[in-house]
Design a protein around this ligand. Structure first.
Ligand code: ATP
Ligand code: MG
Length: 276
């Protein structure tokens, strides 16, 4: 099983990219895919997949895995993992976010450092890996203890970016942070930046092209194709589905382009994961 986390900061298309790559990996590559929403209480992924109403107040919340009682819960409730997981219409399974994540983030601050960052990793190893080919983590857009758990748990990191200088700095910071995690003496996690691409690219300006080109020359091994800006994306999110749920003739040209880009990014990513 492979694990990938989406970073960095907010509003760059993390959730959209997580969902679209998850669906393509399921539908085009036949993989069993689990998506875990750790990105906070808005539960954007549940909304994206049209199951937001179903997942309010889950009886087996993902936040529990970060708490002191987790091993007790795990031992005493046989089906606790199954109760965490929701099926979506488009193929991937989803573990939604819950209101407890903020409190668990705070509690983790009081946990000794060597036990603070490996909780998600253990959960994924014990519960997720036996059942899935690929797990995608949508992480908070800020650097809290949940995010760091995600980076320790993920072998691979995916960074959608919006074209601009500031975002390139974010990428440099991210590279530095991943290097620190790889060097951490308390853990043997080795997360690698595996895929970087521009999102919400307005095809009509050359600023976007320039950004794509510079990404390709600076990061030839990890740069991926750009995703067009398309009104279809937001419209379909509001309707609880991805671009993959629509037939061609119901998509704008930009929507078809964006969907093709996500197909290409998924194939690229899976090839890179296999090549390791
Ligand atoms: N290719 C695109 N074209 C047009 N709109 C897009 C595209 N990708 C994402 N969006 C829109 O941009 C907004 C931000 O995207 P998304 O929620 O995926 O980002 P995020 O990084 O997860 O943000 P957050 O930090 O809030 O979780 C959403 O309203 C989404 O519909
Ligand atoms: Mg998001």
């Amino acid at each position: 099983m492979r694990s990938c986390a989406y970073v960095p900061k907010g509003g760059v298309g993390k959730t959209t990219s997580t969902a679209h790559i998850a669906v393509s990996a399921t539908q085009d590559h036949g993989l069993d895919v689990l998506v875990i929403d750790l990105a906070g209480t808005q539960n954007d992924l549940a909304t994206q997949f049209g199951i937001a109403d179903e997942v309010t107040d889950p009886d087996a919340p993902i936040s529990a895995i970060f708490g002191e009682n987790w091993s007790f819960i795990r031992e005493n409730i046989d089906d606790v993992f199954d109760r965490m997981v929701f099926a979506t219409d488009e193929g991937p399974d989803l573990i939604p976010a819950d209101d407890g994540l903020g409190a668990e983030d705070n509690n983790l601050a009081n946990v000794p450092r060597e036990n603070r960052y490996d909780r998600l990793e253990s959960f994924i190893e014990d519960e997720v890996a036996p059942q899935y080919d690929l797990v995608l983590l949508d992480l908070p857009g800020k650097e809290d203890n949940i995010t760091i758990n995600g980076l320790f748990a993920a072998e691979n990191v995916i960074a959608p970016l919006r074209p601009g200088e500031f975002e390139r700095k974010q990428l440099e910071n991210l590279e530095r942070e991943l290097a620190l995690i790889r060097d951490d003496e308390d853990h043997d996690a080795q997360p690698q930046l595996r895929l970087v691409f521009a999102t919400m690219v307005d095809q009509t300006t050359n600023l976007a092209d320039e950004f794509t080109d510079s990404l390709e020359s600076e990061y030839p091994e990890i740069a991926g194709t750009s995703v067009s800006e398309s009104a279809n994306i937001g419209n379909e999110q509001a309707a609880g589905q991805t671009l993959f749920a629509l037939p061609d003739d119901e998509l704008y040209t930009t929507g078809k382009r964006a969907r093709n880009a996500y197909r290409e990014l998924t194939t690229d990513l899976l090839n890179r994961l296999d090549a390791r």
